[in-house]
Write a protein that binds this ligand. Structure first.
Ligand SMILES: Nc1ncnc2c1ncn2[C@@H]1O[C@H](COP(=O)(O)OP(=O)(O)OP(=O)(O)O)[C@@H](O)[C@H]1O
Ligand SMILES: [Mg+2]
Length: 238
């Protein structure tokens, strides 16, 4: 079953065509990576998919239902969650309160279940478990990224979209975040991962798309894309 179906999506900011007729699919449980340089349109694409940015053309369907004109809350109700670039956590709130807020969208969730899901996040990111009462603003960049992911998971998504989780993180932190994504993927969560770090993205994804100036210029399985000379030169530095 197709979890996410994006057809011919376009985003414009005035005269700028940030996303220009992009189509992509993410199947249930599949991990797909979107690679592309700065300004390629990756964030704009995710914003249009989740409904933060209104597309000028195209269609977004979740499990076969057209949800193009709905906002992020409706997407979340349908199991699609975006963890945005630059990890927005609530600085003055504790780690645990940030996680609780992630469950807020699911209004009728019993208290016991929220606690259980918080514990699952701590199990995925033990470092957060040791810092439950610490205010989020005082966490390191890597810890904030883990918290942003954890908060997204509290909405119990079936498709997790993540925008450049490796940005500005030390290599060890990148590994922790990537291992968590790999684990979620192996447990059956669908993932749409936007990255400039191609190596990392391809360690998780089964399929890859490359965006250039708002267009998909290459797509295929990780094996196919790895063997592409052009991609190797552009993104792998070899
Ligand atoms: N709010 C906006 N108003 C005008 N132009 C914008 C806006 N947001 C993005 N753009 C432009 O749209 C294009 C795509 O930007 P976008 O942020 O989607 O790229 P990106 O691939 O996510 O880049 P990065 O890797 O730097 O995050 C860029 O040319 C950018 O300057
Ligand atoms: Mg971006």
């Amino acid at each position: 079953m197709t979890m996410l179906d994006v057809e011919n999506l376009s985003v414009r900011y005035g005269a700028v065509r940030a996303v220009d007729g992009v189509s992509l699919e993410v199947e249930d449980g599949e991990a797909v990576a979107i690679l592309g340089a700065n300004g390629a349109g990756k964030t704009s694409l995710l914003f249009a998919v989740v409904g933060v940015q209104r597309p000028v053309a195209g269609r977004v369907s979740v499990n076969g239902v057209d949800v193009t004109s709905t906002g992020p809350e409706e997407k979340l109700r349908r199991g699609v969650c975006l963890v945005p670039e630059r990890r927005q956590v609530f600085d003055s709130l504790s780690v645990e309160d940030n996680l609780r807020l992630g469950a807020y969208v699911r209004k009728r969730l019993p208290r016991g279940q929220v606690t259980g899901e918080i514990e699952r996040v701590y199990e995925l990111f033990p470092v957060l478990g040791g810092r439950r009462t610490q205010s989020a603003g005082t966490l390191s960049g890597g810890e904030q990224q883990m918290l942003a992911l954890g908060r997204g998971l509290m909405g119990s998504p079936r498709l997790l979209m993540v925008d450049e989780p490796s940005l500005g993180l030390a290599p060890t932190m990148v590994s922790v975040v990537m291992e968590a994504l790999a684990r979620l993927s192996s447990e059956g969560m669908a993932i749409l991962l936007v990255e400039q770090n191609a190596r990392m993205a391809m360690a998780i994804a089964q399929r890859v798309l490359v965006l250039e100036r708002g267009r998909v210029v290459m797509s295929g399985s990780v094996t196919e894309v790895r063997s592409s000379e052009r991609l190797r030169q552009a993104y792998l530095g070899v």
